[in-house]
Write a protein that binds this ligand. Structure first.
Ligand code: C2O
Ligand code: CU
Length: 493
């Protein structure tokens, strides 16, 4: 049992300071063990920094249509940030300020939501709650501090199943130079998928009707950093750090490197308590993982990194194949001898669960009505009929989420990290800060949230974005309502 009493809670800033000193440990300067241009088949574009201040990253970004080549000769007319798929890799250091001058050159309204980032509510990108939609030709400036190291991502919050599926997403990486990980060779991997026909025209967002919504539409082309089956050239036995984000609107990735060990060191909100090593790692829609791998093979041979079958509901294993993600091509140099990795650990301090307000959350999918319509419900109602959940500023809540449907739901909360608890109210080990947690079909999850700051109306939803639009969405009003009238019931999700 956690024996910390409420009155002993340390202010967040102090905790953050403690956490970063706990992380700081001397790390020998790391030099790359990989050949030159080892990752040139899958590097992400970086935006141009317009601000001379080293602690401010200031960029311009445009949403616009562009024809993108995902494989030599295979082109799609995608919706893009700055003309590429995915959008630029926004990369800064923890504590930096990010300013994004965003312009919408699409015909539809849009916004940018900063998935997982503890932004002020006005920067959260939800139309009708935090800002107005950015219409064609209009601009909006996002400006906030990057308080937490970790891998995050950005995407629209207007017609999001359509817009994310059409290509609007990118990674936001917040580095902590003192994280002690000590692996010189690192990659950021944006996993996604996209559906289009022979002419390069996007598959309509409503394909398959209600059944498509219930399944969660997947594009037939799986992409790694916007490319189909790219190649990485590596030295056998050299450790690499992969920061992975799943930006697909529905697809899950169960990553396998031919059974070679994958060590997870972090998830959504940065490093976890301690590493765990397994043969595969699952990244559900919206989630991130931070892993260390040491691909090993005969010099000159290849190794395929795959997405294995994972059952997230009917149709996800029955009619699917294992997907090739990318190829690792070993150089002709001999395999490097194994070296132990540095001890990677982080002290995480959850708030005590004792005294938390219990909030039951039940997810259901009633049988199709006579009109053929299907809708997901949260506590008996779809989003368009829902009233906000309520939380007082400073209230700790324990959400007991019961997934009573035959589908998995990666449950995402805006604006706050949470921690998953077991049946006895104890944090699930190793502890990790999450903003998206998969709740497998017919199971329950329990998450502890400290609504300690930033009053406002924050969204939660399934990150299978078809499910979100199919009703599996809601908001929690933290602190008193602003009195602003809400128009999001009809528009944004
Ligand atoms: Cu990636 Cu509403 O979220
Ligand atoms: Cu779902």
């Amino acid at each position: 049992m956690l024996k910390i009493v409420r009155s002993c809670r340390v202010p967040v800033l102090v905790l953050a300071a403690l956490a970063s000193t706990a992380l700081a440990r001397p790390v020998a300067a790391q030099t790359s063990l990989q050949p030159a241009n080892w990752d040139s088949g899958m590097t992400l574009r970086l935006p141009e920094d317009l601000n001379p201040d080293p602690r401010i990253l200031e960029i311009n970004m445009e949403a616009r249509l562009a024809e993108v080549e995902v494989e030599p000769g295979l082109r799609v007319k995608a919706w893009t940030y700055d003309g590429g798929l995915p959008g630029p890799l926004i990369r800064a250091k923890v504590g930096d300020r990010l300013i994004v001058h965003f312009t919408n050159r699409l015909q539809e309204p849009t916004t940018i939501h900063w998935h997982g980032v503890r932004v002020p509510i006005e920067m959260d990108g939800v139309p009708g709650i935090s800002q107005d939609e950015v219409k064609q030709g209009e601009s909006f400036t996002y400006d906030f501090e990057l308080r937490d190291a970790g891998l995050y991502w950005y995407h629209p919050h207007v017609m999001s199943a359509a817009q994310v599926g059409f290509g609007l997403y990118g990674a936001l990486q917040v580095d902590d130079p003192d994280d002690g990980v000590g692996v010189a060779d690192s990659l950021t991997l944006v996993l996604s998928d996209i559906g289009f026909d022979k002419r390069g025209d996007l598959e309509p967002a409503d394909s398959g009707g209600p059944a498509g919504m219930v399944f969660g539409r997947e594009g037939q082309h799986v992409l790694v950093n916007g490319r189909r089956k790219p190649v990485l050239t590596v030295r056998s036995g050299a450790p690499q750090r992969w920061r992975i984000v799943n930006t697909a609107k529905s697809r899950f990735f169960l990553i396998d490197m031919d059974g070679q060990p994958i060590t997870t060191i972090g998830t959504d909100g940065g490093l976890q308590e301690r590493p765990t090593t397994e043969g595969t790692v699952l990244v559900t829609s919206g989630e991130r993982v931070d892993v260390i791998v040491t691909p090993t093979g005969t010099p000159g041979s290849t190794l395929i990194v795959r997405a294995m079958l994972y059952n997230r509901g009917y149709g996800s294993v029955q009619y699917r194949d294992v997907e090739e993600l990318f190829t690792i091509k070993f150089t002709n140099e001999p395999t490097l001898p194994k070296k132990p990795l540095p001890t990677i650990a982080r002290t995480l301090t959850p708030v005590p669960a004792a005294g938390a307000t219990r909030v039951p959350v039940v997810l259901t999918l009633p049988p199709q009505g006579p009109d053929g319509k299907s809708e997901f419900r949260v506590n008996g109602v779809p989003f368009w009929e829902a009233k906000p959940f309520l939380a007082k500023l400073g209230e700790v809540q324990l959400w007991e989420i019961n997934n009573d449907t035959d589908w998995d739901h990666p449950f995402h909360l805006h604006g706050f990290f949470f921690m998953a608890l077991d049946e006895k109210d104890q944090p699930i080990r190793p502890m990790a800060w999450k903003d998206t947690i998969n709740i497998p079909m017919k199971t329950k999850a329990r998450i502890l949230i400290d609504f300690n700051e930033r009053p406002g109306e924050w969204m939660f939803h399934c990150h299978i974005l078809d499910h979100a639009e199919g009703g599996l969405m809601g908001t929690v009003q933290v602190g008193p309502p602003s009195g602003k009238s809400h128009t999001h019931r009809t528009g944004g999700e």
